[in-house]
Design a protein around this ligand. Structure first.
Ligand code: G4P
Length: 291
């Protein structure tokens, strides 16, 4: 799902999240492991406040494992608990409950000291559209998920599902808005399919992504499109891909728009191998990424 965000929508989404946060012990934030920085809402820390917070780098199956490991270390060094997962296959998902319990322990201990009843850890999933929130909820809840009914301070539509013995998960995720004032962030989100193709010109997105691969993953392009020689620039690379796929319009001219589409489809489906567009700042500098 992609939503066109307007200031009114953003304010409403924020209000809804803040309302639900009142009954939550741990916030689980999902980002796309291929773009862990670009797929984060920059206001997340402000919105979540002091609540314990677990960051999940989802779609780790599509991301460069070296980058994912570097991000986990980077977040850990800043006191942020982060885990790589693949919600589609379920890889890594089994570690979420234990991590949430660990993060909620101080809150639960305080409750116990006040003589309040022992209860499950209450969790809400948050993230921008398309990072895999529904996939994760379905996976965590499983088919035989027990609906545990409405809770006070939560709208009627809110349901809780039990995950294991000690976790309760809000079955509606909090949807944050993506922020792409920075053109490069927009291009990265579009390249990974996080924002709709109508928002940015497909050819520009493909040009950016193919340029990034030429700089950082040249061997993937060489292998996938069986390139004998190396095109001079991203535009020429897209033409070459078009030729390799026989995408011609009349007169033998290469259909570069179609080539852009084919390339992006390959990229998003992981057919160019696992790759990452955002690296931790220090590594990005070493790799000569901009900015
Ligand atoms: P959202 O609720 O945050 O908006 O995201 P949603 O779960 O709808 O997932 C968005 C897309 O990402 C879906 O693909 C979903 O299958 C895919 N996805 C979610 N988690 C993972 C993961 O860990 N790895 C991979 N490779 N893909 C993941 P789709 O093409 O929109 O739908 P479908 O083809 O799966 O039906």
């Amino acid at each position: 799902m992609t939503i066109q965000w307007f200031p009114g929508h953003m304010a409403k989404a924020r209000r809804q999240i803040e309302e639900r946060l009142k009954v939550i012990d741990v916030v689980v934030e999902l980002v796309d492991a291929r773009v862990p920085a670009s797929s984060r809402n920059p206001m997340i820390d402000e919105i979540v406040g002091a609540k314990p917070h677990l960051l999940l780098l989802n779609k780790a199956d599509l991301a460069d494992p070296r980058a994912t490991a570097a991000w986990i270390d980077w977040f850990a060094a800043r006191g942020v608990s982060a885990l790589p997962i693949d919600a589609q296959s379920g890889k890594g998902v089994e570690r979420i409950a234990a991590r949430c319990r660990e993060l909620a322990r101080p809150v639960l201990e305080r409750r116990a000291q006040k003589g309040m009843a022992v209860r499950a850890v209450r969790v809400m999933i948050l993230g921008i559209p398309n990072v895999g929130k529904s996939t994760l909820i379905n996976r965590l809840a499983g088919r035989a998920a027990a609906r545990v009914g409405d809770r006070p301070a939560v709208t009627k539509a809110q349901q809780w599902v039990r995950v294991g013995r000690e976790l309760e998960l809000l079955d509606t995720p909090g949807i944050l808005w993506p922020k792409f004032d920075d053109p490069e962030v927009g291009l990265k989100l579009a390249a990974t399919g996080a924002i709709k193709d109508e928002i940015l010109p497909l050819y520009d997105v493909a040009l950016f992504a193919v340029g990034y691969l030429m700089a950082h993953y040249p061997e993937r392009l060489r292998e996938r499109y069986k390139l004998a020689d190396w095109p001079i620039d991203p535009g020429a690379m897209l033409e070459r891909i078009g030729r390799a796929r026989g995408l011609l319009v009349s007169g033998g001219v290469i259909d570069v728009d179609k080539a852009a589409e084919v390339f992006l489809r390959d990229l998003r489906a992981g057919r160019l191998g696992p790759l990452t567009f955002d690296w931790p700042p220090e590594e990005a500098e070493e790799r000569n990424d901009s900015p």
